[in-house]
Design a protein around this ligand. Structure first.
Ligand code: MRU
Length: 367
């Protein structure tokens, strides 16, 4: 998507320097910095420190990490070591393991001399596929937004609430939850987006930055405001992303998503999840029982980053010195609270039948 009129992706391959470049998201929305990711340690740090973040982008980055490893040493032992080194960076988003598994399965049968080139080509493919998947999610979500718009008085905006950043910064391009918004805006449908702040890392500020860059009207709200807005009839639809969706349609996403789903359920507001197929974990069924929830550093809760009046990026403590923080980074929304899943192949029920109906090939392969 565009920044000040120039099209960017969240990562790209610099073929002159033969290196991956990323937008370092730790500084957004305050500063726009592009950094290279060169060594294996750089790749692990970029993912763990959330220089890149969002399930699909983590997967694409990991694929480039495998390519880097193969360029250094294309042996089976190094392939397995790279897989393990990158896989442990973040536990919840399944796209990480999906990309690493896909790379290993494709590269293992090749002679070592062919692996470096093949790994880089595969990383490019994974990145391109992500863009196309998200574009299609946008088209399928646009149809939903159109239906809602058609039931509203002409010219009144469809009010969509979103949580975290499931935007283009969280993918290679388009975003998942934001793709229907960008498509609807570009189609001329009036929209207004309620953007949850999403403490502790304030990914909502990334969403606000993106939406602003594309001209989509939005308001940044506290995480606790969504239920109140829904009670007062101010939300037509919720669309969030997902970091891992089970085969029966339980959705694991950024902490606080579950509370939004409960509030939506109580107020009869449709709650949709934008789901690219690599985010489906066909090996698990019960999300609450089976999905590992990342527990991050508590300094993310006790401290907050922002820009000072003098324009410097700074971090301040918000708690009394010595107060303990707790930082579970994701939660699970059971399928009964999810109105539907917006995938690249269409919209389906959040159920085993719904997912298997759209993805019979993947469901069968996982059996
Ligand atoms: O911790 P993050 O910022 O990586 O978490 C991101 C989310 O939870 C997103 O909503 C999810 O990955 C979907 S991104 C298209």
């Amino acid at each position: 998507m565009k920044i000040d009129g120039t099209h960017y992706r969240s990562l790209w391959w610099n073929s002159d320097k033969h290196v991956l470049e990323i937008i370092d998201q730790r500084w957004l929305p305050h500063d726009f910095r592009v950094v290279p990711v060169a060594t294996m340690q750089d790749f692990a740090d970029a993912i763990y420190q959330m220089r890149v973040r969002g399930a699909p982008l983590i997967g694409a980055t990991a694929a480039y990490g495998m390519a880097r490893a193969m360029a250094q040493d294309a042996s089976d032992a190094n392939m397995d070591a790279a897989w393990a080194f990158l896989e442990k960076t973040r536990p919840t988003a399944i796209n990480l393991r999906w990309a690493l598994d896909r790379c290993r399965a494709a590269l293992r049968p090749l002679p070592q001399s062919a692996r470096a080139e093949a790994a880089l080509a595969l990383a490019h493919d994974i990145a391109e596929e992500d863009v196309e998947i998200n574009r299609r999610i946008g088209e399928n979500g646009l149809a939903l937004i159109r239906e809602i718009a058609a039931r509203k008085p002409e010219g009144t905006p469809v009010r969509v609430l979103t949580h975290c950043n499931a935007g283009w910064l969280a993918t290679v391009d388009w975003g998942t939850a934001t793709s229907p918004m960008y498509h609807a805006h570009d189609a001329g449908l009036p929209l207004h987006i309620w953007v949850d702040e999403t403490r502790p890392r304030n990914q909502g500020a990334l969403t606000a930055w993106e939406l602003g860059g594309h001209g989509v009207p939005h308001t940044y709200i506290t995480d606790n405001a969504g239920g109140h807005l829904m009670q007062h009839g101010l939300v037509d639809l919720v669309i969030t992303g997902t970091d891992r969706t089970t085969r029966r349609g339980d959705v694991c996403n950024k902490i606080g998503t579950y509370l939004k789903a409960l509030a939506a359920h109580d107020n009869g507001v449709p709650f949709y999840v934008a789901l690219p197929s690599p985010t489906i974990d066909w090996t698990v069924s019960d999300g609450v029982a089976e999905i590992p929830i990342e527990d991050r550093d508590t300094s993310e809760v006790t401290h907050v980053q922002g820009t000072t009046a003098a324009g410097a990026i700074d971090t301040v403590r918000v708690t009394p010195d010595g107060t303990a923080g707790g930082n579970p980074a994701f939660d699970v929304t059971p399928n009964r609270l999810v109105t539907g899943l917006i995938t690249e192949r269409g919209v389906c029920a959040a159920s085993e039948d719904g997912l298997a109906g759209l993805f019979p090939d993947f469901a069968k392969a996982a059996q």
